[in-house]
Ligand binder design. Structure first.
Ligand SMILES: [Zn+2]
Length: 260
């Protein structure tokens, strides 16, 4: 992919995931999926995630880092390469209760097997738009993070300022579709993942109400690092270092926003 003859855009820069000076090239105008590093193939949201991990959690190389459903390239590859405490897992819904499926750790974000306060950093990339009970998953993230730990993740915030839309949920043990079915690619199972929520900026309030933890939305636009595209916000949920337990708000909380 050295030719840029048919590119709609190209620029030189430094890739945060392969650590190389490189050329970023887009052959289509949807940069989120097609503005790639010509050295490692990473896309903007992966490079944005790695920049945010480096800046917000610089001690990651010596930490216990769990990533749910990692990619084979980009930030996942760098974390696996440089962090001895990196734990990758996939979710195999048909193997409930089995810790190991074909040599891969099986973790359901809604019922993590990690102990309380045992993980320094949870990482997820475009996973939370596929979780059927995100509130429970946010609680599990909060439970398993050690005080001072973080969940750093990408999720497409497609409805932006409009309320998040639930597309599918479990009712009486079966998936109930509230909106027409939509799927993204999935590296395991039948190769597709049902979209369960179209998220908006209210995701921060949702995380707070579920888990008591605050979340920052970090928006980077940084061509020097090949970071430009729609829907590449990186979210950082932090478990306070000073408290052993997250603060759970009263049900009558009336604050209008919990992003800070
Ligand atoms: Zn790269």
């Amino acid at each position: 992919m050295s030719s840029t003859e048919n590119a709609v855009f190209a620029c030189y820069g430094h890739c945060s995931t392969c650590d190389m000076d490189t050329r970023f090239v887009a052959y289509r105008d949807w940069f989120r999926d097609f503005f790639v590093c010509t050295h490692c193939g990473s896309v903007p949201r992966e490079r944005a995630l790695m920049l945010v991990i480096d800046r917000w959690f610089p001690e990651w190389r010596g930490a216990i880092v769990h990533e749910s459903s990692p990619a084979v390239r980009g930030a996942s590859a760098k974390l696996a390469r440089e962090c001895p405490g990196y734990i990758a897992s996939q979710f195999f819904p048909d193997h409930s209760g089995e810790m190991d499926v074909g040599g891969t750790r099986n973790e359901n974000l809604e019922r993590l097997t990690f102990g309380d306060s045992s993980v320094d950093l949870h990482v997820t990339q475009d996973v939370f738009e596929h979780v059927l009970d995100p509130d429970q998953a946010f609680r599990e993230i909060a439970r398993t993070l050690r005080p001072g730990g973080m969940h750093i993740f990408t999720v497409p915030i497609t409805t932006k300022e409009k309320p998040s839309r639930v597309r599918a949920r479990i009712i009486n043990g079966a998936i109930h579709h509230l909106l027409p079915e939509q799927y993204h690619g999935n590296p395991v199972g039948d190769g597709r993942a049902l979209v369960t929520v179209d998220w908006g900026y209210d995701i921060c309030e949702r995380i707070f109400l579920a888990s008591g933890l605050f979340t920052h939305i970090v928006h980077l636009d940084d061509l020097e690092h090949g970071v430009r595209a729609e829907h590449i916000e990186v979210l950082v949920t932090t478990k306070p270092a000073q408290h052993a337990h997250a603060r759970i708000p009263n049900s009558d909380t009336t604050a209008t926003g919990f992003c800070r």
